[in-house]
Design a protein around this ligand. Structure first.
Ligand SMILES: [Zn+2]
Length: 292
């Protein structure tokens, strides 16, 4: 199932991106067997990464976001590319949860509010773009909003929501609102008021698609110009070649050491769980071919 990423310009002064991501989040839950709080955290991060991916211009462009807090979940890593691929993982997918006073899962506690968010963008330049910011709350949306301001000098509002029931995601989605240069202060004030009201965003995506959510919040503020939609889905692009390059970095001696101990060398892909297994002869052949 593909998720539609909708972009609209409000009065040519504000860019709004929205995506409904229940299928993306359910793919991640299935692949990684996520606990509820891990599903909420990774789901939010996959959603914002998908939205960021929609601004990549070339199909070969690639971005990786790593959010590392001091909570039990460990690191969350999500990637998106210019073709609509989105994937991610969390270090500890089985973390138990605490419920906040408002009835929500305590994502901020599980992620941890002390840490950093780093985004690496490979957009065809000689060196990749790397931006880092400190976490604000570990609730993901605020952390990314802070990142946009600090690292990309882009004032932004980010709303992300994942609603779960019996281990499944029943509604998820996100909205990014970007203030373009020369935005009229009066319009900005109205937009800020609207953004403030978007905190229960998963409820909006329960009964509406991305375009309807944008219309509902922003059509009252001025003219909305919709751009052609883009689509994304949970996929992994791991290949034998990439895994073999990883094994080569181990060195022959260490690789054979592992084979000696357990009979084979197995490398699992963090993102999709696929296992790549090599026996002794294959390892030797791999290193011999690499020398050529
Ligand atoms: Zn993979």
């Amino acid at each position: 199932m593909k998720c539609e990423i909708v972009k609209a310009l409000l009065e040519n002064q504000i860019a709004v991106y929205a995506v409904k991501t229940d299928s993306l989040v359910n793919s991640a839950i299935k692949k990684h067997n996520l606990s509820p709080v891990a599903a909420a955290a990774l789901g939010r991060m996959l959603t914002v990464t998908a939205l960021m991916g929609a601004s990549l211009k070339n199909t070969s462009d690639y971005l990786t976001a790593t959010l590392k807090g001091d909570g039990e979940l460990g690191s969350l890593v999500c990637c998106a590319d210019g073709r609509g691929l989105v994937k991610g993982y969390v270090d500890n997918p089985n973390v138990g949860h605490e419920i906040k006073d408002d009835g929500h899962l305590n994502v901020g506690l599980a992620v941890g509010k002390n840490g950093t968010l780093t985004v690496i963008k490979n957009i065809g330049l000689k060196t990749p773009y790397v931006g880092t910011s400190k976490l604000v709350s570990g609730e993901i949306a605020e952390d990314f909003a802070q990142y946009f301001v600090v690292s990309e000098q882009q004032p932004c509002s980010v709303a992300l929501g994942v609603k779960l029931q019996k281990g499944k995601c029943i509604s998820a989605g996100g909205v990014i609102v970007q203030v373009l240069p020369n935005c009229d202060p009066a319009l900005l004030f109205d937009v800020e008021t609207v953004c403030y009201a978007m905190d229960e965003i998963s409820y909006q995506f329960e009964s509406q698609d991305a375009k309807q959510v944008i219309e509902r919040f922003f059509s009252q503020l001025g003219h909305l110009e919709f751009e052609p939609s883009r689509y994304c889905s949970y996929r992994c692009d791991c290949t034998t070649r990439r895994i073999e390059r990883l094994i080569l970095t181990l060195g022959l001696e260490d690789a054979l050491d592992v084979v000696e101990k357990i009979g084979y060398l197995e490398v699992g892909c963090h993102f999709c769980g696929k296992k790549y297994r090599y026996d002794k002869d294959q390892i030797i052949e791999l290193f011999q071919n690499a020398k050529k």
